[in-house]
Design a protein around this ligand. Structure first.
Ligand code: ARG
Length: 580
């Protein structure tokens, strides 16, 4: 079984080519856009190709649409074709054919998802908090969205290396070293290392504002650290280790596991060679004592005004320098086909420069993609006063779980204490993740407790609940129904069953479009729609009490829904529950 959209696109294009007898050279043929319709009255899918062609051949779109329908090949997928409105082609799929598609889908270990990443490797650079600094909610988003992108790629057959590019090098350490030697407390550090580092960091900033000599001291300590000074190295190692332990707690709660954690420090001894090569290849030039990579407009719009600084006048390398070395390392080590970076919107210019520089340097043939996201605002006043640091992220999860627990206690008092605790953990953490993932990453997101924990809305609890409902039906039926081709032939049955069959068959389409646009929210939208379709089906039609043939057919549909829901939730990195 393939992607329905592709099958229909090919048919529409074929027919259009036939109609126009080569009036448009193959290469200029617009890419077709057969899209699922929102409204059943427009059929199951709709093509707007006639509009795109009309401009090219100067014919009215409606007449063209008519001609396309006339020339349409016979195909078992089709039940009905119709010209609609000013020139749409509405396509209604054949019931029997749809049933067969679903049969193919449930039998496929990939659930019909095209394996476009077979034999391909992608590096996904995500999470990447700055060590010994506050891990802000931006890093939470990077972790959640990055992890969903890992899932989307794996589901599409890619081999994935998720790499946490820790900010574990740089000027913050000089500051911390100075502050530690001046005000540091062993006791406080032992009790809560990140809190103590945070305190020192803030204290340093305050003092430095009064006394500029502080900044100079910090610069000297950073330079000593980078030159390998043993005492500074030791402190640095302590700070890094302590932060990592804190980060690890967040990752564990979120169920995120990285395949590599090569932070900025890892690349430091590769920077000099890189800078030499940049000079030798004349990609970088000396400018007022500093080393820069200049661009022209052909490298990217606006880039000619913003050269990339790779070495400061004092000889220090920068974030960008490390990123170039990182690309070189990844290429040598893994030769990836694609590298994705997941950060907040503020780094857009950095990555445009970086990618342009990597092209100039021919560092890698990999496709380089920056997935950026907007600001996330947490609910007011619901957590401890420690603002923005890593502890607060754990607090956020705790609060979500606490609130989920209240709902579980109320709705399911009959379950055991440990069951309720487990459900609350999954529901709470999933609710946080889903509230983030279900928005277009590029828009700003605000968390609202009530909305994200609600059982009937576009929420994780609603999806988890729908899946748990499928599971409970299966338990009552004495196990998952076996698919058999005989009964599947009786699909789709009732119109509400047909809706469900069609929704299920669209899973590969939804997953692919989420992958291609790096937008997990597309998959969320799909799953939400599917769960709604399932609930309408289940709300109106008997399943367990239906008579024999309908009963087994409907049980098969319940099983398929469970399969697709749990696969989709898994791709997004959300937990699932057998009961709720
Ligand atoms: N540590 C950076 C920050 O917190 C993000 C790093 C993103 N990855 C990269 N290769 N630059 O802003």
């Amino acid at each position: 079984m393939g992607v329905i959209q592709d099958h229909l696109s090919a048919l529409v294009l074929g027919s259009a080519t036939e109609t126009l007898h080569g009036a448009i050279p193959d290469g200029d043929m617009p890419r077709d856009q057969v899209l699922a319709t929102q409204d059943q009255r427009h059929g199951d899918y709709q093509s707007n190709l006639a509009f795109r062609l009309a401009k090219l051949v100067r014919r009215p779109p409606r007449a063209l649409a008519g001609a396309i329908v006339e020339a349409f090949p016979r195909d078992p997928a089709l039940a009905r074709l119709e010209v609609a409105g000013p020139g749409f082609v509405n396509i209604t799929l054949d019931d029997r054919w749809l049933g067969e598609q679903l049969l193919g889908l449930v039998a496929d270990p990939h659930l019909g998802v095209p394996q476009s990443g077979r034999n391909k490797l992608v590096v996904i650079d995500y999470g990447s908090p700055n060590v010994a600094k506050r891990m802000h909610v931006g890093h939470l988003r990077s972790t959640i969205i990055g992890n969903a992108l890992v899932g989307l790629h794996r589901a599409s057959g890619f081999r994935v290396i998720g790499d946490n590019h820790l900010g574990d090098w740089g000027t913050q350490f000089g500051k911390l070293i100075v502050a530690w030697r001046t005000w540091g407390s062993e006791d406080a550090f032992r009790q809560d290392p990140l809190e103590e580092l945070q305190r020192l960091y803030v204290k340093f900033d305050q003092e430095a504002r009064r006394d500029p000599a502080m900044d100079e001291n910090a610069r000297v300590e950073t330079a000593r650290l980078q030159a390998g000074d043993a005492q500074n190295r030791e402190l640095w190692r302590r700070f890094v280790r302590a932060s990592m332990q804190e980060f690890q707690k967040v990752y564990e709660r979120l169920g995120v596991r990285f395949d590599a954690m090569l932070g900025e420090s890892f690349y430091q001894d590769q920077l000099n060679r890189l800078l030499e090569d940049l000079l030798r290849d004349k990609v970088a030039i000396v400018d007022d004592g500093a080393l820069i990579i200049p661009f022209d407009e052909s490298d990217g719009k606006g880039l000619s005004r913003t050269p990339m600084l790779v070495r400061k006048r004092d000889g220090a390398a920068l974030y960008a320098t490390t990123d170039l070395a990182t690309i070189r390392y990844r290429e040598a080590q893994w030769s990836p086909d694609r590298i994705l970076y997941v950060t907040d919107t503020r780094q857009q210019l950095h990555f445009r420069q970086l990618f342009a520089a990597a092209r100039k340097l021919r560092l890698t043939p990999a496709e380089l993609i920056h997935v950026w996201f907007g600001v996330l605002t947490l609910p007011e006043g619901s957590m401890s006063s420690r603002r923005g640091n890593v502890v607060r992220l754990v607090d956020l999860l705790d609060e979500a779980v606490r609130r989920a627990r209240q709902v579980v206690d109320q709705k399911s008092p009959h379950l055991s204490e440990s069951e309720r605790a487990e459900i609350a953990e999954t529901v709470g953490v999933s609710a946080v993740k889903y509230a983030d993932l279900s928005q277009n990453p590029q828009s700003n997101v605000t968390f609202h407790w009530d909305r994200m924990l609600s059982l009937d809305g576009d929420t994780a609890p609603f999806l988890l609940y729908s899946l748990a409902r499928c599971r409970s039906i299966q338990r009552k039926a004495g196990g998952a129904a076996q698919w058999d081709a005989e009964k599947a032939r009786l699909l789709p049955g009732h119109p509400l069953e047909r809706d469900l069959v069609l929704a299920l068959c669209r899973y590969p389409e939804a997953l692919r479009s989420a992958l291609n646009a790096s937008r997990p929210n597309t998959l969320c939208e799909y799953l939400f729609g599917l769960a709604g379709t399932f609930n309408r089906f289940y709300g109106c039609l008997p399943v367990l009490k239906a008579e024999s043939v309908s009963r087994s057919r409907r049980l098969m549909l319940v099983g398929a829904t469970a399969q697709v829901l749990s696969a989709g939730l898994g791709v997004l990195g959300l937990g699932t529950l057998e009961r709720m």
